[in-house]
Every structure is written in C-alpha cells, then in structure tokens.
Design a protein around this ligand. Structure first.
Ligand SMILES: [Zn+2]
Length: 80
C-alpha cells in the first residue's frame, strides 16, 4: 500500500456520501458462542485496601484476608 492508496478523510467522505447503506455495508447473520454467565458471589472488603473483593478471590496472608493485588506486594498501603 502506498501513500496514494490511503484516502484522506475528505476523499473517504466523498466516496460514501449519498450512497445507500446496502452499498456500503454487508449485513449477514452470524453465530457466536456466548460464554457462560459469571458466577455471582458476595464480596468482602480487603483488609488492607478496603476494595470489595469476591470472597473466593480473597487470599489469606498472616490471618488477614486480602485482595490479590495487596497479597502480591511486599509493601502495602496503610489501611485507614
Ligand atoms: Zn487490597
């Protein structure tokens, strides 16, 4: 592709303006596999940062339940 092949916004506008949508788009039926619904669980606050975290995602460290982010760091902000 050369620089001449690339249309400017003005050139593009001239190409599509006034054309019927059926000439601009191809509409087809498609089939997409929908992923299963997310599991809904109650949240509990991380004992360090206070972020509501899904209970099954909390990590117990030294007897405290923390979100993954707080659990992964040696340094943690002081919980207020
Ligand atoms: Zn946290």
């Amino acid at each position: 592709m050369t620089a001449e092949d690339i249309l400017s916004n003005e050139d593009f506008k001239k190409c599509v303006e006034g054309k019927p949508l059926k000439d601009l788009f191809s509409i087809k039926t498609s089939h997409v596999a929908v992923p299963p619904k997310a599991m809904i669980e109650p949240s509990r606050l991380c004992e360090w940062c206070g972020e509501p975290t899904m209970v099954s995602k909390l990590i117990e460290t030294d007897g405290r339940y923390m979100c993954r982010e707080c659990s992964d760091h040696d340094y943690r902000p002081v919980a207020e």
